[in-house]
Design a protein around this ligand. Structure first.
Ligand code: ADP
Ligand code: MG
Length: 729
């Protein structure tokens, strides 16, 4: 009987690229067709309700019931014209992915039967039966009460036959249970804090927007092969698998052309993404075989993040039409690159200025310096919190493990910016800079963009790199909800800008001129946070040693890294800005620890099953055939000849026995370790127990399985091998 592996390979060999029909000739003709965007609002809403909603989007005013009702009617009309029969409140719970509960647009009609209906109340609020979403104990299951509320700042869209309304998810007592509510608060905080600081430079600035351009890395595997791997199905990564003789060492995938079947998937997927108003811009192969990247044009953070969540589910659906499965896991395959999601982040003003773009005149350049310095100061002071915002069981395979970015948070600025900061740190303070010196310093910054934009991005080892007109937070995991990182980053920058304003104002009150006051405070910060600036190779051992000397933290343990959320410093940042209260922050850590524990638990169970049900029986079957062979030799040959002939076979039999026994014993030990860990009630201790006493078995058992894969008959091996998973397309 052919194994599932060979059946899957047969399916793979019969696959052909599935051609994709384009919607229209021009992307701009159908871009956003499934989004209730401004032009559609204008068309489907009354003047009054259009003004109401635009005001809410742009200025955060509240929408009254009457306007909400009118918007609901317009939205429903548009959605039904586009084939929608249901609506859903779409939200970002603290699990992976998004959640939705669909309701039909129907209500009883007075004449019997039903009519299509939708109201402002249903648009604005919904009560999902949400007792099983993680809440870290805030929402006791017996009261199971949380509700979703309309986020007007992100437009509704249609998926299939469902109108999807982006919402926040909060408990009845007001605590946020999702990623979006705190993200909106953090964005609001950074807006306010940055506007206040911009007032030093330009009184016309009334709004500062945070921008996010994410780069999504992912792997594609053939769907049939995927379904022949229980570990991929249940954990998103391969828990065993001997490395392929050839993988990424020739770097031929990165530079190669996109295989046709993959290109068809990408086109199909991008067509759908364009209809949803997602500005997909770049697609290319990544370093590892079958690894790819997609990047859109950056957008306002909240919208960009909604789009990233949408993209991840859209990719998944579209890939299946092409016989692929998308792996968003940070480390699906051992020994080759994993996947990240660089978060390109910047702040821009309503006056059209990117605060991280060096300007052309001294005024905007001092502003540029102000934002750069405050950002790296925030990163330095809150390195532990930023790390906490990006750790997870799956991302731990990248962070500080076999590949970078390291678990040390540092910032690459490039030689020009570094030079500016050093000049500034040396010159002001005790001795006042001359006006000429100041102007020259400020003017020199004007040279930065050309130099930076040309060669900065070459340093790909920095977890937080300045790349000419933005910072790139590179430690974010490919499967993560960017909101987690964005909540932390925008919050710490907001808190830092507030401190900066206070520090400068104190000096101004002492009659120090504004520019001089800014220079002095920046100088102080530059000196204080010097340790965070590092342009060298972040992946090197030397850097780990150097970072330790500099006093930077290097925390590789996920449970330990998560504890940073609970430090007095983090609580103060979040508390002062009103982003998380103590209950919310504790609940979030509890949820993260539980996710960590459960993921390791699942991996451990799956590996145990694979070992016992797939690998050991296969190894024994092969070993039995060897034993039969040896017996035959014994019958045929003289004892002397037999000893000479059977030596290698006997070694192989012993070798297999050794691995089988070790695997068996270790699976038993691992199961025992799980049992002990499962008895621990306290979430943090349980997570530590899983990390320290269960997780190590995943590597040791795997080692022996991979050794068996090397020697067991290929015909018998039950699970698709790395060379098949990585080179099929
Ligand atoms: P690279 O691979 O060199 O890092 P990409 O072009 O793949 O760069 O991705 C860069 C991302 O950064 C894109 O999403 C782009 O829109 C985004 N980006 C560019 N400028 C800014 C900015 N000022 N703020 C935020 N994101 C930006
Ligand atoms: Mg990048």
């Amino acid at each position: 009987m052919a194994t599932l592996r060979f059946k899957a390979l047969e399916i793979l060999y019969s696959r052909k690229p599935i051609p994709v029909k384009r919607e229209e000739n021009l992307t701009s003709d159908y871009y956003g067709m499934l989004v209730f965007d401004r032009p559609k609002m204008k068309k489907y809403l009354s003047k009054e309700s259009y003004k109401g909603i635009i005001d809410a989007i742009d200025n955060g005013t509240t929408i009254d019931r009457k306007i909400a009702d009118q918007v609901a009617i317009g939205m429903k009309a548009w959605a039904m014209e586009n084939g929608a029969t249901h609506y859903t409140h779409w939200f970002h719970p603290l699990t992976d992915g998004t959640a939705e509960k669909h309701d039909a647009f129907i209500d009883h009609s007075e004449l019997g039967g039903v009519v299509e209906s939708f109201s402002g109340k249903l648009l604005a609020q919904q009560e999902p039966d949400a007792s099983s979403f993680p809440s870290g104990g805030i929402r006791n299951t017996f009261e199971a009460r949380g509700y979703t509320a309309w986020d007007v700042s992100s437009p509704a869209f249609i998926i299939g036959t469902t109108l999807s309304i982006p919402t926040v998810f909060i408990s009845y007592t007001g605590e946020s249970l999702d990623y979006k509510a705190p993200l909106l608060k953090a964005l609001n905080a950074v807006d306010k804090a940055a506007v206040d600081v911009c007032q030093y430079f330009d009184k016309n600035v009334t709004q500062v927007q945070a921008n996010l351009g994410w780069e999504q890395e992912y792997f594609l595997v053939d769907e049939a092969l995927y379904y022949a791997r229980p570990d991929l199905i249940l954990t998103g990564r391969t828990l065993m698998g001997h490395s392929s003789a050839k993988d990424q060492q020739l770097e031929d995938h990165y530079f190669g052309s996109i295989p046709e079947r993959v290109a068809m998937f990408m086109q199909d997927f991008e067509n759908e993404a364009y209809k949803l108003g997602i500005p997909c811009k770049t697609r290319h192969n990544e370093v590892a075989p079958n690894q790819f990247e997609l990047a859109p044009i950056f957008e306002e953070v909240n919208l960009a993040n909604d789009h990233n969540q949408l993209v991840m589910s859209l990719m998944d659906r579209t890939a299946r039409h092409h016989g692929f499965y998308v792996l968003l896991h940070e480390k699906p395959f051992a020994g080759i690159n994993g996947s990240g999601k660089h978060n390109n982040w910047s702040l821009s003003t309503n006056t059209g200025v990117n605060l991280y773009s060096p300007g052309k005149n001294p005024k905007t350049n001092l502003q540029f310096l102000t934002y750069i310095v405050n950002t790296i100061k925030a990163v330095y002071d809150n390195q532990d919190l930023l790390r906490a915002s990006i750790v997870s069981a799956s991302n731990s395979h990248r962070l500080g493990a076999n590949e970078a970015p390291p678990a040390i948070i540092s910032s690459f600025l490039g030689s020009e910016v570094n030079r500016m900061l050093d000049i500034l740190a040396e010159n002001v303070g005790d001795r006042k800079m001359t006006p000429d010196e100041k102007t020259s310093l400020k003017l020199n910054i004007g040279r930065i963009p050309e130099i930076l934009l040309d060669n900065t991005d070459r340093n790909r080892t920095s977890p937080f790199a300045f790349t000419g007109n933005r910072f790139e937070f590179r430690a974010v995991g490919s499967s993560a909800n960017c909101a987690s990182a964005m909540i932390a980053l925008n919050s710490v920058v907001a808190a830092q800008l507030i401190t900066f304003k206070k520090d400068v104002d104190v000096l101004i009150e002492k009659d120090i001129k504004k520019d001089e006051a800014i220079f002095q405070v920046l100088k102080k910060y530059i000196i204080e946070c010097k340790a965070v600036r590092f342009d060298g190779n972040g992946y090197s051992k030397e850097w780990a040693d150097e970072a330790e000397r500099r006093g930077l933290t290097n925390i590789k343990s996920v449970p330990q890294a998560l504890e940073a959320y609970l430090s007095a410093k983090s609580r103060k940042v979040f508390g002062d800005l009103g982003i998380f209260n103590n209950i919310e922050i504790e609940a979030r850590v509890e949820v993260e620890l539980e996710k960590y524990t459960k993921k390791i638990q699942i991996e451990s169970r799956v590996l145990g099953d694979i070992a016992n049900n797939h690998i050991i029986p296969t190894a024994i079957a092969y070993q039995t055939s060897l034993i039969e062979n040896v017996k035959g030799l014994k019958d045929l040959f003289s004892p002397a000849e037999f000893t000479e002939l059977a030596g290698a076979r006997l070694d192989l039999i012993r070798n297999i026995s050794g691995h089988v026994s070790t695997i068996k014993a270790q699976v038993v030990e691992m199961t025992e370790a799980r049992k002990v860990a499962n008895l621990i009630e306290h979430g943090k201790e349980k997570a530590y127990a899983y990390e320290q006493t269960v997780r190590p078995y995943l590597d040791t058992i795997r080692y022996h399985i991979d050794k068996l894969e090397e020697v067991v008959d290929n015909e018998l091996w039950p699970l698709p091998k790395y060379r098949e998973l990585l080179f099929s397309r």
